[in-house]
Design a binder for this molecule. Sequence first.
Ligand code: COA
Length: 152
Amino acid sequence: MTGLRELRVVNLTEKDLREVMEIGYRCFPDPYPLTLLEQLYKSDPSGFLGVRMNGKLVGYLICTMRWGGVGHILSIAVDPQYRRRGVGRALILKALERLRKEGATCVRLEARKSNLGARAFYSTLGFKEERELPHYYEDGEAAVLMWYTYPT
Ligand SMILES: CC(C)(COP(=O)(O)OP(=O)(O)OC[C@H]1O[C@@H](n2cnc3c(N)ncnc32)[C@H](O)[C@@H]1OP(=O)(O)O)[C@@H](O)C(=O)NCCC(=O)NCCS
């Protein structure tokens, strides 16, 4: 059983980026390289969130504010052996809270069309599918654009 204490979401630092990259390489066909993570981190350090268990980073999320009160979740991944324990949920909830504080009225994200697990995960958290973005990924796959709107 995962204790609630272990699900504390923390802000990540530049030192954590290598671990973020390693999770990405275990989870995605097209992971973010370290150089891109470093760039993203410099542009918005507070958008990097993570969950550690026994000192090990088991999941991360990258988010940032866009123009016009729109929050954007750029990436989220949980190491395969730590899934379905609420880590992803805790990361999304913390990101929604952080973006809200920065003035977001809604939050967008893109998921691969074939990533039915992630799409179901986002739906359980209140995200709605809006439309497809054709050829969104380098390999030609479409994304599904999803939106979360804060309750008023
Ligand atoms: C998507 C992802 C971040 C979810 O993380 P997680 O820690 O396993 O998610 P949680 O345990 O918080 O799940 C919360 C709820 O979401 C739903 N959910 C999560 N994963 C799901 C899946 N694969 N299929 C269907 N529903 C899912 C369930 O309702 C789950 O609650 P339950 O376990 O009580 O049934 C994780 O599967 C992952 O890292 N996938 C690979 C990377 C990826 O696809 N990232 C998203 C790119 S768009």
